[in-house]
Design a protein around this ligand. Sequence first.
Ligand code: NAD
Ligand code: ZN
Length: 278
Amino acid sequence: MADLDEILRAAKSNSGPAVLLTGAGISAESGIPTFRGEEGYWRVGSKNYQPTEMATWATFSRMPDEVWAWYLYRRGICRAAAPNAAHRAVRALEETLEDRFVLITQNVDGLHLRAGSTEPRTYQIHGNIDFMRCADECTEALYRIPDEVDATWDKGRKIDVATREHLLCPACGTRARPHVLWFDESYDEIHFRFESSLAAAAEAAILIVVGTTGQTNLPLHVGSMVAERGAPMIFVNPEPTTFTRMVDDNPLGLFLEGTAGDHLPGLLASVAEALATP
Ligand code: NAD
Ligand code: ZN
């Protein structure tokens, strides 16, 4: 492990972008639960389903109303939440670095965009819970979930006829689906910025990973690519995860134990200062 000054000096000597990779942990202080813990499961009838079962095409094709109800419930939590100091610190770093900045987020809550991060530099690699698209893929278009759909959704509430009619593809009238990447689906460029994320990892002057366990494929791949290059890498999380080993093994790696709110405002101000000065 290296110290911060050494890491920032190394980052400065490389012309690539500063890349931020965020997970559910960065939104925990906004009151959005991560997938771990008891908030994770969803009850249908007498059975409890884990997110890894609910968030699949297989489950959606079997019980679309129940999957939609779970998403509308989670969407309600996301809409009621506000960006926190860590989201704002990420936006401030983008404002300083502009095109020398990329944000890769696993979060579907849209809080980075609401904090002012810009869409072209924000790769929402697992989608956005406020949007839907055609389940039959008649078009690649994304549609914001219509305002007529209630902004909050109680646990246990069923999808009614009126709501179901708003959750249809505007182009062909068939059922729409949440615009999220499910566990039995693959990344692509058009919806999830797959190639763009790999390109950012290949060039990153520094990678800062925040609030993620690293259980999904693309985030791990991004981390490994940067680790294999021996490029500077910082991991911020209250507890060790897969990314801890990556930074432990990297001579230019650093693990900052603690929350996003504790570390990001100060850390990203230092990154901005180091990379912005010639
Ligand atoms: P995860 O739930 O698996 O892990 C979250 C990590 O954040 C944990 O390691 C935890 O220790 C850490 N954490 C908790 N509080 C924190 C804080 N205050 N500051 C920093 N870190 C904190 O989440 P994941 O790895 O992002 O992956 C789960 C999947 O679930 C993703 O694919 C994502 O799309 C989805 N998801 C999204 C949201 C969201 O949009 N906010 C919420 C839950 C799950
Ligand atoms: Zn359609």
